[in-house]
Design a protein around this ligand. Structure first.
Ligand code: ZN
Length: 109
């Protein structure tokens, strides 16, 4: 029983490589268009972004996400992604704190 292999993925915006589950997968589906793939298992062309609002805003505003997914985003799709990005703002500090201190931040409470 060896150590479990942790798949790594790279954020398309900041190019930081992280464990796959720390990133959010965006997938282009044949039927539903571009959407957030929380399970990471939907089939389609996918791209990964950090759970950092800045990465989402950057990827959306400069067209990097569209380029990665080889598609053009509709206003509805952009709205959906921006809404998700907005929901990330509250966890940013926590995530940064965890990145610095590991899991010890939780034990202090
Ligand atoms: Zn990033």
């Amino acid at each position: 029983m060896g150590r479990k292999h942790i798949p790594q993925r790279t954020c398309i915006e900041c190019r930081i490589t992280r464990p796959k589950r720390e990133l959010v997968r965006i997938v282009r589906l044949a039927e539903d268009g571009v959407t957030i793939d929380e399970t990471g298992k939907k089939s389609g062309r996918g791209a990964y972004l950090c759970r950092r609002k800045a990465c989402w805003e950057g990827a959306l505003s400069c067209g990097r996400l569209e380029h990665a997914l080889k598609t053009f985003l509709t206003d509805e799709e952009k709205g959906r992604l921006r809404a998700f990005a907005d929901s990330l703002s509250g966890v940013k500090e926590l995530e940064d704190m965890q990145a610095r201190t590991g899991s010890s931040a939780e034990q202090r409470r």
